[in-house]
Design a binder for this molecule. Sequence first.
Ligand code: F0G
Length: 489
Amino acid sequence: MSSKPAQADKRSQTAPPSPSNGAQRCINYKCGAAFGLNDRIYVCPRCGETLEIEIPLNKTADPAAMREQWSSRAVFRAASADARDASGVWRYQEMLPFAADAPFVTLCEGHTPLFDAPRSAKYCGLAGLRLKHQGFNPTGSFKDTGMAAAMTQAVISGARTAVCASTGNTAASLAAYAARAGLQAAILLPRGQVSPSKLAQSLDYGALVLEIDGNFDACMRLVQELGDDPSIYVANSINPFRIEGQKTVAFEIMEQCRWRVPHHVIVPGGNMGNSTALGKGFQELLDLGLIDRLPKLSVIQAEGAAPLARLFATLDTKKSNVADQIPEKLEPIENPQTMATAIKIGAPISWKKSLRAVLRSGGQIISVSEGEIADAKAMIGRDSSGCEPASATTVAGIKRLVAAGTILINDDVVAVLTGHALKDPSYMISYHEGTLDFGHKEGGGDAPAPARAKETSAAQKAFAGEFRNAPERVAASKAAILSSLERKR
Ligand code: F0G
């Protein structure tokens, strides 16, 4: 990696690391085996643990020159006609395990906004709060940054078909990026448990959608079996190239924070790829001297699908060595339940990497209730961006952490919103009409929100959200409309 200050297009002047310089390394510190970047493996062939990508970072590079290079590159590329230049992932090419002539796949992902959220801040008991909105990506979720990298590697590795298990967003993202890369996409979805908007995206992008009778965890097990087939490329976040793309969000946050490290970064937790990626991104910035400390990375799960929060509560976080704090096994939740369907996951695949990142940073892993998620989501809506239910765990979690004294009123806090509000409109309508029902059917075969809302029995009371805003039926006259406005002033 070069430390020379940039002139014009820094891409041509900065040699990215050649893939032969990097490795896929087993995260089990007792094993630590390393494999080639182009070996099509997703877990360590020796011990079965997950892998992460290790690239040789140039620790002698001048941090100030690197910062300047990235920001001037953003300005230069904004005016470029090359789609790759508009990507918020490939802008950080020298931090990624690809050669300069790699067949980069992009849909102009990244460059997402960091909003001030004064109403959500007040709701949480904070002086200020910023929302990094990953829902502004091409397919409306944070998955796109990782998918740009994963599909690039899929093309390099000669795969024909890319496969994922999904609660909906990975599916939509894979479908779009595989289409762009000219690959077949096959998607395993838990039947009846995915928001119609996400399903519609995957269908429209031309993916083969396979609806499985079972939950996300069952789909994930099947995908791992399919990964043995040489024609198939697994695109879930167990694939370490996904994590490489997603880690660029940490770089973007730091640029948007003008390199002042926030005290806390808060993310939702499902399969734990996102927290793993952010942790890796911040750690690499620290290793390069671009930041002088890590933000505390905290993960928030939904109460009915919180295996890692449950484990975290039992850990002795006082032990000095992080590796010693990480247990061998995570007790899965057999029948996870939440209306934040994106994170309805009982056996998160990247739990160890995520836990390591949280512990290193001094953060927390906690869970929040369905009602807390619903009200936090409506509050984020009032801040005029909105998000999907899973993303709102962040604001609900921050409120809890402020009440517990873990986050202080004047702390600088960034919450990562992972999905666009329109990913799950039926949840929103049900909330505002007062028909949102948290009652779950036994057996893990939940129907999507609208069907469930109609099935509300006398015993299952609909949730009376604090910020309900039901539509009003008004007579078709000026006087009726003015009187309605007056009542609401
Ligand atoms: N938020 C949203 C909107 C998601 O779609 C997901 C995961 C998460 C948070 C959790 O992120 O898994 O990296 O911890 N969605 C996956 C999917 C599982 O299939 O779309 P994570």
